[in-house]
Design a protein around this ligand. Structure first.
Ligand code: FAD
Length: 515
């Protein structure tokens, strides 16, 4: 109640006054803004549960025009704090990136509610082939279901599908298909974007390319994506899926790099890696691969090694029944080229849908809500052994109080699948690894320990001269952002001045607005 009164008095009121004083075409006063505690609570919460910024109000758009109007109104507001506008996709950010302290959060999901599923359209075009036009607020799980109904699917995914199209395209969107098809940002034909000036623009490689490439991996800085056009391919029906365990880091990284090389034959469709520690061995999704006896064999090995490495490799195939023999033979031929511990291979056959939805919906976590102080890094291949020695083998087994649901993801990507014109930043090498230290902490004290651990990882990289880049970057100072973007920083600044000159959009990223 106290929050509500404060909000009404100090924040929503000025916005409504401005709304009453601008151009009649902007439908003054009619914006579906809310500032009740439920709306504000949701808009000031994210998956990380580490940052809580209170907005003045939350827009529940019933149309794209509502967002256009809001941004135009915000351009008339001279109060820096109040004009900030953040699109909130599914709030799966970790550190308040989709929040707007004192500003307005756009609840993107609301666009979907009023459109009755019409914002996912599968189209066959004579020139472009099959594609899907999707609202920026759509969840990838819904895109998968809608396209599979027509036997089609996008080729690049994330591990977890309860994320929005606009949210992942603002970062990169990576999973085990990215080595082959590139990240999701490399798989976009066209977008509709509302810029920070309130202009609704269509962009592609050929039309408004500065905006197109700026928005892809642009951390929400240049516009709000209201539609993305994603190419589709014939969807496989089933997968051969193996989980291979390694105790030796050189074998593990050599095999991963072999698997993602264009010369690999037969080529896999999906390659990821994981770090197995004593704590996370029993994770539910991973345990699908192994019986309790297999798990105890891994646990015995872990006691000796401290840390194990695992590759998940998948080959797709088209059949309505499991185990079609040619695919089995192909998969065997692929696995024969690898040097995992021979008795530590766990494999299965699954439907394509089951495979893509292997991480189930985490939406309704039981209280108390855990904290997720994650650190995601891109690490250049040339220093991967040093990184392993210093951080993975050196530090991870000593991390105090890791939670059993903590996941460590670790696999290589090919930079030639990333268009350098996009805003996303990668290390300056042809192959780089992605590492996700996906800590779960059940208490705030443990979250602090994990955060200190992350800081220590960054400190070691600086000291050892390992030029890592953060994925889902989070920095405290302007200088750190300048270092992060490197040669792309002047381009980011230039595009911000053109597309969002009043620095309205995505203030929670704290790139141009240090609030
Ligand atoms: P939000 O957190 O709501 O928003 C993220 C940023 O994008 C904010 O700055 C926001 O203002 C901006 N934004 C949101 N919508 C739009 C829009 N329509 N237009 C412009 N800007 C917008 N990432 C991967 O790459 N691969 C994975 O496998 C993966 N798995 C994940 C699993 C879990 C459990 C979680 C919590 C996250 C995972 N992520 C993964 C990270 C995920 O990609 C990011 O959290 C991303 O931000 C998408 O989340 P969201 O849709 O909830 O966006």
């Amino acid at each position: 109640m106290a929050i509500q009164l404060r909000l009404l008095h100090y924040t929503l009121f000025p916005l409504l006054l401005i709304a009453a004083s601008v151009n009649a075409n902007q439908r003054p006063g009619s914006l579906p803004l809310r500032n009740d505690s439920a709306a504000v609570r949701l808009a000031s919460t994210d998956y990380g549960n580490l940052v809580h910024e209170i907005p003045s109000s939350v827009l529940f758009p019933t149309s794209v025009d509502d967002i256009v109007d809001l941004i135009k109104l915000s351009n008339h507001n001279d109060d820096h704090r109040r004009r900030g506008v953040a699109a909130r996709g599914h709030g799966h950010s970790i550190r308040g990136q989709a929040m707007a302290r004192g500003g307005v959060v756009v609840n993107m999901a609301s666009l979907n509610r009023s459109c009755n599923g019409a914002r996912i359209q599968v189209v066959r075009d004579k020139e472009l082939g099959f594609y899907v036009d999707v609202g920026g607020e759509q969840l990838w799980i819904d895109v998968l279901q809608a396209t599979l109904r027509q036997g089609l699917a996008p080729e690049s995914w994330t591990d977890y599908l309860y994320l929005t199209v606009g949210g992942t395209l603002s970062n990169a969107g990576i999973s085990g298909q990215a080595f082959l098809h590139g990240p999701q940002i490399s798989n976009v034909l066209e977008m509709d974007v509302i810029t920070g000036k309130g202009e609704l623009m269509t962009c592609s490689k050929d039309k408004n390319p500065d905006l197109f490439f700026g928005v892809l991996g642009g951390l929400g800085q240049f516009g709000i994506i209201t539609r993305a056009r994603i190419p589709l391919a014939k969807a496989p029906t089933r997968v051969k899926w193996a989980f291979l365990v390694y105790s030796n880091f050189s074998d593990f990284s050599r095999d991963q790099e072999k698997l993602i090389a264009s010369t690999m034959a037969p080529a896999p469709d999906f390659v990821e890696g994981l770090l197995v520690t004593t704590e996370n061995i029993t994770q539910q999704w991973r345990s699908r691969f192994s019986s309790p006896s297999n798990q105890s064999a891994i646990a015995d090995l872990l006691k000796k090694q401290g840390i194990l490495y695992a590759i998940e490799v998948v080959k797709y195939y088209h059949s309505h029944t499991p185990a079609s023999p040619p695919t089995d033979k192909e998969f065997e031929r692929l696995l024969k080229q690898l040097s995992f511990i021979p008795s530590f291979i766990f494999s299965r056959d699954a439907s394509y849908f089951e495979f893509l939805t292997r991480v189930s919906n985490l939406g309704n976590l039981p209280a108390p809500i855990p904290f997720h102080p994650w650190l995601n890094l891109f690490i250049p291949k040339s220093r991967i052994s040093d990184f392993n020695a210093a951080v993975l083998a050196g530090m991870l087994p000593t991390l105090p109080h890791p939670d059993p649901s903590t996941v460590y993801i670790f696999y290589p990507l090919n930079r030639n699948k990333w268009d350098a014109r996009m805003s996303a930043v990668t290390p300056d090498e042809e192959v780089f690894y992605t590492l996700g230290l996906l800590h779960t902490s059940t208490t705030s004290d443990n979250a602090e320990i994990n955060d200190k651990f992350n800081d220590e990882v960054m400190r070691i990289c600086r000291e050892e001269g390992i030029q890592v880049k953060q994925y889902f970057p989070h920095y405290q100072s302007r200088q750190e952002w300048i270092n992060h973007f490197g040669p792309k920083w002047p381009i980011m600044k230039h595009k911000k001045a053109i597309f969002d000159p009043k620095r309205i959009l995505s203030p929670g990223q704290r790139i141009f607005n240090h609030i």
